[in-house]
Design a binder for this molecule. Structure first.
Ligand code: SAM
Length: 280
């Protein structure tokens, strides 16, 4: 990184984003990844792992609200939640806004990310001290294999499917997720951008359709992720997911009932995406 700029290296994207940097607040290698906390005048503090932006103070809520609240409102009474990844705490903060939640397990392979978030991102890591939260540094795939807990909601908030996150996108892992979900369980995962990562999205959707009857794709506009039209794959054992199944009773800055409904990819685009007929 040049002294005053940060050049993002996203392993999957045919685009390079460059940010002016006013300060380097942290830069260390953990056992799993290179961790940086950078400061930009517009986006505020930015968490960067292996040279890919994970979140910025300015726009993190778009991502964390949508990753959490579409699934949490599609479920009628989510009480036990598992978050794999999400060591910054943003998704956990959103999940714990729901009074119905009795237990939220956060499993991030890298305890250093949890520590760095506590030090530099108090607005995200504020939820770690909630008595309903169990925050454990561990490989999410190992937890899925070993846990005896059965969850209403499983959320994958991991880095891109390379490096430590490779274990989170295998057939065995997804079968394990289905196994730890209750009969009314819902599963959601960030699945990259429709502009740049279609093959990955189609691969996940096809894998999940072999395991779940209800599978769909929704998205959020996100300035700081490569390709910006950022998707989430969602699967459900019982509930329809394209609209909330209970009233919103929490404060949010972006998510609401209408955003929930409008965030799903249209049937026409979905069909073309899944049959490789999108001509843009
Ligand atoms: N919002 C970001 C995104 O969409 O790319 C993800 C943020 S969060 C910081 C990503 C986390 O996934 C990292 O803290 C990383 O340590 C964690 N992670 C990667 N592989 C993992 C694994 N196998 N088990 C658990 N956590 C993992």
């Amino acid at each position: 990184m040049d002294g005053s700029i940060f050049i993002e290296q996203d392993p999957f994207a045919p685009i390079t984003y460059i940010y002016k940097i006013s300060e380097i607040l942290y830069h260390q290698k953990s056992d799993y990844q290179d961790i940086q906390v950078l400061k930009n005048d517009y986006f505020g503090k930015m968490l960067v792992l292996d040279n890919v932006i994970q979140l910025t103070e300015k726009d993190e809520f778009f991502y964390h609200e949508m990753l959490a609240h579409v699934a949490m409102h599609a479920h009628e009474n989510p009480q036990t939640v598992l978050i794999i990844g999400g060591g910054d705490g943003g998704t956990l903060r959103e999940v714990l806004k729901h009074k119905s939640v009795k237990q939220a397990d956060l499993i991030d392979i890298d305890g250093k990310v949890i520590e760095v978030s506590k030090q530099f991102f108090p607005s995200l890591s504020c939820s770690f001290s909630d008595k309903r939260a169990n925050v454990m540094p561990m490989d999410g795939a190992k937890h899925i294999r070993e846990t005896k807990t059965r969850y209403d909601i499983v959320i994958i908030d991991s880095t891109d499917p390379v490096g430590p996150a490779k274990s989170l996108c295998t057939d065995e892992f997804y079968a394990g997720v289905k196994n730890v979900l209750n009969d009314t369980g819902i599963f959601v995962e960030q699945t990259e951008s429709i502009h740049f990562h279609r093959d990955f999205i189609v691969e996940i959707q096809e894998k999940w359709r072999k395991l779940f009857n209800i599978v769909n794709l929704f998205y959020v506009p996100l300035a700081t992720y490569a390709g910006n039209w950022w998707t989430f794959s969602i699967a459900s054992k019982k509930y329809q997911v394209t609209r909330p199944n209970r009233k919103k009773e929490i404060d949010t800055r972006f998510y609401d009932e209408q955003v929930h409904v409008n965030s799903f990819v249209t049937d026409a685009i979905y069909q073309k995406l899944m049959t490789n007929k999108l001509d843009w």
